[in-house]
Design a protein around this ligand. Structure first.
Ligand code: WT7
Length: 623
């Protein structure tokens, strides 16, 4: 598509970056200086000795510096008028509204940090947060970060096995959860999921339980603690721990090409700088903004762009507890009108599903407060982009399509509001970021040619490592192409104007409604069922979800396939990973295409399924 949407003069005038090309050129000429100047916008207990210590494949940023991201997210606002302004407005599915000023949020965070301390947790310990989208999810994260406890947030949609794996690998001493939470007409019981997950895990000393749904739970005295009881007696003062810039802030698990999710470790200092500036510049954040991001803090989008960056930028963030079409498909538009939201950040899958309900829903509401729209998580097709731009933004708001990953911690390829936009393209690299599209030898490909998206230089919010698996860190990210660059796992093209067009993952990672799932993870869930001998999972293009999940299953000898068995297998995956991983289709087959070394060639299955050329099959064992 060759449409180019030019920025409105008033948007350019109000932009932090008015001339992208100039700032970009300057940033690349001296990246150290560029990032240092941004770091200086934040507050540090001690400034760094070196901006970057790069020893391939490890980048350590702001070494020698002392800071705490919570000092920037909360503490420093206590001396300014920001203390009295709203940090969060939260609306529950039942219409309950909870609001926190920066001052109030700080008090809650201090109380919770003091609870952790009273339970013996200290700097360097690990905590798992398994909470739904309620304010305590954010308070718990900040409370950990404040005293240097490394948090691992597990998305509340994950089930027993997925939670257990993350608690075990992440070595959590404590789990923070809720009794349950409303999800449409149901109550999801998360406390019982935690009970199951930690049944054989003596490492977990305590479970702190937030009362949300009021459902009955099994309460284990001594081990379980009610959030409201333990926090109310604590002091609202708590000193913030002075961390090294290179200390870990959190671990967030994400799917890769093996069955086991990878623990992505992020730093206090570099992450802070990268997350802070990328949201500020891509969304032109100003103090009067009401910012609404529809993600869950259980994902990286939430960590960076619901919790840490909005607070560092001192804006008011709105959070809705439930899903976009509950109780009706006009819910988000009604909320935007009610709270006069100025910046709205969501995912293509949600845009496509709301688009399906027709233009009437957004038209019923006054959306004129909106200034900037954003998209993240998967490629946005031009049709959805244009609908979002026209029907939600009334053709007045730039659509900021931000490409990034759990690993990058910050937006990497993304437009700034002052640039000309092409619907469906994520524009060009953020200032300070050097990216390219290369072939398997690492050689840049010509314009309009598909290749691997790579990042050529270290960036401040780059992950520190894969937790307990440095080999994976090297192999999966830094040794795939031979030029010592960061391999993203995505395919993309650059057009003749240098605009990036992301095509999608080039590994066995699926993007289902923006959620990242590994084929191998799904397969291992299927194979754990007693009827299954082997399984192979592929992603198929899906109009709304981006990709849908199709599984090919070989049953054990003597087992006959039936619809009932398919249903059972779906339930098994839901139980192990979560509802987001439910296969859409299951086929029972006799054989799977494999290499001579026994690796399943999912690529061949996918080509066959989609009626596309199968490509090179020279390594196929059984032609
Ligand atoms: C993968 C990373 C970053 C927050 C959410 C996802 C895909 C992400 C875009 C975009 C096209 C995108 C990529 C990437 N992706 N944003 N704007 N356009 N694709 O984080 O779960 O770590 O997934 O999401 O495939 O590799 P994540």
């Amino acid at each position: 598509m060759n449409i180019m949407i030019l920025p409105k003069p008033e948007i350019v005038a109000g932009s932090f970056v008015k001339d992208y090309e100039k700032i970009y050129a300057e940033s690349c000429a001296n990246p150290g200086l560029f990032w240092e100047n941004i770091a200086k916008e934040l507050s540090w207990y001690k400034t760094w000795d070196r901006v970057l210590d790069w020893q391939y494949p490890y980048g350590r940023w702001f070494t020698g510096g002392k800071c705490n991201i919570v000092q920037n997210a909360l503490d420093r606002h206590m001396q300014t008028a920001t203390k009295e302004k709203l940090a969060y407005i939260w609306e529950g599915q039942d219409g309950t509204v909870r609001q926190f000023t920066y001052g109030q949020l700080n008090e809650e965070v201090c109380r919770f940090a003091n609870v952790l301390k009273s339970l013996g947790l200290k700097r360097g310990d690990h905590a798992s947060i398994y909470l739904p989208r309620i304010p305590e999810q954010i308070i718990a994260m900040l409370g950990c970060a404040k005293i240097g406890v490394v948090h691992t947030v597990v998305f509340s949609g994950f089930s027993i096995e997925a939670l257990k794996n993350r608690i075990v690998d992440g070595e959590a001493k404590i789990v923070i959860t809720a009794d349950g939470y409303p999800y449409k007409d149901k109550t999801i019981e998360c406390k019982s999921t935690v009970d199951e997950a930690i049944k054989e895990l003596p490492q977990v000393e305590h479970v702190i339980v937030v009362k949300r749904a009021g459902n009955n739970i099994v309460f284990n005295p001594g081990k379980d603690l009610w959030w409201d009881e333990v926090t109310k007696t604590q002091s609202t003062d708590c000193p913030t721990e002075q961390m090294d810039a290179t200390d870990p802030l959190f671990i967030l698990y994400t799917s890769g090409t093996t069955g086991k999710p990878k623990g992505i470790i992020h730093s206090q200092g570099g992450y802070m700088v990268g997350a802070y500036i990328t949201l500020k510049w891509t969304f032109n954040l100003t103090p009067d903004d009401v910012y609404f991001c529809t993600a869950d803090a259980g994902w990286i989008t939430g960590h960076s762009f619901i919790v840490y960056s909005p607070l560092m930028n001192g804006v008011t963030t709105f959070i809705y507890e439930s899903v976009p079409d509950y109780p009706n498909p006009g819910k988000w538009w009604q909320l935007i009108e009610k709270y006069k939201v100025t910046k709205f950040y969501t995912a293509p899958t949600a845009i496509r599903s709301l688009m399906r309900y027709g233009d009437n829903w957004p038209r019923m509401h006054n959306l004129s407060s909106l200034k900037i729209l954003g998209s993240v998580g998967e490629p946005i097709n031009p049709e959805a982009w244009l609908w979002f731009h026209e029907k939600v933004g009334n053709s007045n708001c730039p659509v900021i399509d931000t490409w990034w990953q759990t690993e990058t911690g910050m937006a990497m390829i993304a437009p700034l509001p002052s640039v000309p936009l092409k619907p469906g393209s994520a524009f060009k690299p953020f200032p300070g970021i050097e990216a390219d599209i290369v072939d398997d030898k690492g050689i840049p490909v010509p314009p309009n040619t598909q290749g691997f998206l790579v990042i050529n230089k270290p960036w401040p919010a780059m992950f520190l490592d894969v937790y307990k698996n440095p080999q994976k860190y090297r192999e999966a990210y830094w040794e795939v192409v031979p030029t010592k660059v960061y391999f993203t796992g995505d395919s993309a093209k650059k057009d003749e104007d240098g605009y990036y067009w992301i095509i999608g993952r080039n590994d066995d990672v699926l993007k289902v409604s923006g959620h990242r799932l590994g084929s191998a993870e799904l397969e291992s869930a299927l194979v754990s069922h007693h009827a299954v001998a082997e399984a192979a999972v592929i992603g198929k293009p899906h109009e709304i979800k981006g990709e849908s999940i199709k599984a090919f299953v070989i049953l054990k000898q003597g087992v006959t396939g039936s619809d009932q068995l398919k249903e059972e297998l779906k339930q098994e995956v839901r139980k192990q990973i979560g509802p987001i991983a439910t296969p859409d289709e299951i086929d029972f087959v006799d054989k799977l295409p494999k290499t001579r070394s026994g690796k399943i060639m999912r690529r061949v299955l996918k080509a066959q399924e989609l009626g596309q050329p199968v490509g090179d099959t020279s390594t196929l064992e059984n032609q």
